[in-house]
Design a protein around this ligand. Structure first.
Ligand SMILES: NC(=O)c1ccc[n+]([C@@H]2O[C@H](COP(=O)([O-])OP(=O)(O)OC[C@H]3O[C@@H](n4cnc5c(N)ncnc54)[C@H](OP(=O)(O)O)[C@@H]3O)[C@@H](O)[C@H]2O)c1
Length: 291
């Protein structure tokens, strides 16, 4: 099997390195920037860990650049300048936002390049390893290298999603909405419960079954059919009451509530449970508050 090198053995680098090694891929080398993280990576990955990126990349047939997004291009250029790439090698990064084009310096040396984004969140090693099975890996770049990527995805018990290079930014924006904005949305609900002096932990415990039920319904029925609540029913006075109370107690949250309410009106119209008359009244109410 191809030897793996990890340039940037942070959260993602350690999870992928550890998991691929467990599936039989030889882990040839890893790189971290600082002494402390090098010691941690050496203990977890049990492979040679260098302070030289080009030396690390040279050891691998497959080179993962798992540094922060903002330095991937620069790191790739520095490895190329240090003679770390060769023809036939596969060089990947795991950023959701950037395409494989950012690895141009490796391609110039004859390497194949791919972006290989796990559509998953990795706050640490243990939870990361638990989350891997079933994770989608979104891959784009040199088509000749896709079978090598597919073999790794299969080994990780993941699923592969191919997208065109030019769609990468939109793809990442959608992932941010589904993951990061969901965290922000729930924070808004917790803030409102805080006003009733319900502590966040208790509020979260109470909301969790509702959130999980909603997610299950969306997954099985789709977002339109899973939609319930006052907007879907056309209960205009209920929304009016929300807005009046929020104006008094949490005015700073009104613009977001109203913007999401307006989007929900369109969703309810698509579902077909909201009449045109009530939709118009709701739009006026929510649009008025959003201004
Ligand atoms: N974490 C996630 O949930 C997640 C999910 C999907 C995709 N990704 C993507 O995966 C990539 C890595 O993210 P991460 O969360 O694993 O990052 P991370 O935990 O911060 O790890 C970054 C690694 O890169 C090294 N590094 C930092 N700055 C560097 C520089 N200027 N030059 C060379 N190396 C440098 C770090 O070394 P030191 O620790 O020694 O500084 C560390 O080994 C990113 O492209 C990210 O978008 C992350």
């Amino acid at each position: 099997m191809e030897r793996i090198a990890i340039v940037g053995a942070g959260n993602v680098g350690k999870v992928l390195g550890f998991a691929l090694k467990a599936k039989g891929y030889p882990l040839a080398a890893a790189y971290c920037r600082t002494d402390n993280t090098r010691l941690t990576a050496a203990r977890i990955l049990a492979c040679p860990v260098f302070d030289d990126m080009a030396q690390t990349a040279r050891e691998g047939d497959i080179v993962f650049i798992t540094t922060p997004d903002r330095v991937i291009g620069e790191v790739c250029s520095r490895i190329a300048a240090g003679g770390g790439f060769r023809a036939g090698q596969l060089v990947l990064h795991t950023s959701g936002a950037h395409s494989s084009e950012i690895l141009a310096a490796a391609r110039e040396q004859g390497a194949y390049v791919l972006s290989f984004h796990p559509l998953q969140t990795f706050p640490g090693l243990e939870v990361g390893l638990q989350s891997l099975p079933g994770t989608f890996f979104t891959v784009e770049g040199d088509t000749a290298a896709l079978p090598v990527a597919k073999a790794m995805v299969d080994a990780l018990e993941g699923k592969m999603l191919n997208i065109p290079t030019e769609m990468k930014p939109l793809y990442h924006a959608a992932a941010c909405v589904a993951c990061n904005y969901l965290a922000s949305l729930l924070d808004v609900a917790l803030k409102m419960y805080e006003l009733m002096e319900i502590p966040a932990a208790e509020a979260m415990e109470a909301l969790a079954p509702l959130i999980q039920g909603t997610l299950r319904n969306i997954a099985s029925l789709g977002s339109e059919q899973a939609l319930t609540g006052p907007i879907a029913r056309g209960d205009v006075p209920t929304i009016s009451c929300h807005l009046e109370n929020m104006a008094l107690k949490s005015p700073e949250l009104l613009p977001l509530y109203s913007a999401l309410g307006l989007y929900t009106v369109e969703l309810a119209l698509r579902k077909g449970t909201l009449g045109e008359k009530e939709a118009g009244e709701l739009k006026q109410l929510l649009g008025g508050q959003a201004r």
